[in-house]
Design a binder for this molecule. Structure first.
Ligand SMILES: [Fe+2]
Ligand SMILES: [Fe+2]
Length: 143
């Protein structure tokens, strides 16, 4: 069970909330697998997660470009790899291989918290350093 905590904060409220939502989506998928193993629900959950992640990745990448975060290409490559992994899991799931879903969910459970701490927090620090002394109107809302 993933639980968002202040220790995962990237110091930008909208991204913290998105990460919290992602944790919830992954937990839901985990529940679907253990409770009823309904393939249609798994496909729906996975599509939902894919859409949410895609939007989230694009927003992070745009922010990193705006703030010229140094390792943004590497960060984007990691996002692309995860997105591809979800695509593959979805196509295997459509062939009725529900094991693909179990693998994907257990991967995401490890990957997401680690990615937030190791990569997302890097843009968090850059944005914070650049905006901490900026006028109120130019700051990105933090909690
Ligand atoms: Fe993120
Ligand atoms: Fe990221």
């Amino acid at each position: 069970m993933l639980k968002w905590d202040q220790k995962y904060s990237v110091n930008i409220d909208k991204f913290d909330r998105a990460h919290e939502e992602l944790f919830a989506l992954i937990n839901d998928m985990s529940d679907t697998m253990t409770s009823d193993s309904d393939r249609d629900k798994m496909v729906a959950d996975a599509k939902n997660l894919r859409r949410f992640l895609q939007i989230h990745f694009v927003r992070e990448e745009r922010l990193m470009a705006d703030f010229e975060v140094i390792n943004r290409d590497e960060h984007k490559n990691v996002h692309d790899g995860v997105y591809k992994r979800i695509e593959e899991a979805l196509s295997r799931l459509r062939e009725n291989k529900t094991g693909a879903m179990t693998e994907m969910v257990s991967f995401l459970k490890d990957w997401l918290p680690d990615h937030i701490v190791k990569m997302d927090m890097q843009y968090g620090r850059v944005v914070y350093a650049r905006t901490a002394n900026a006028p109120e109107s130019q700051r990105i809302p933090t909690r």
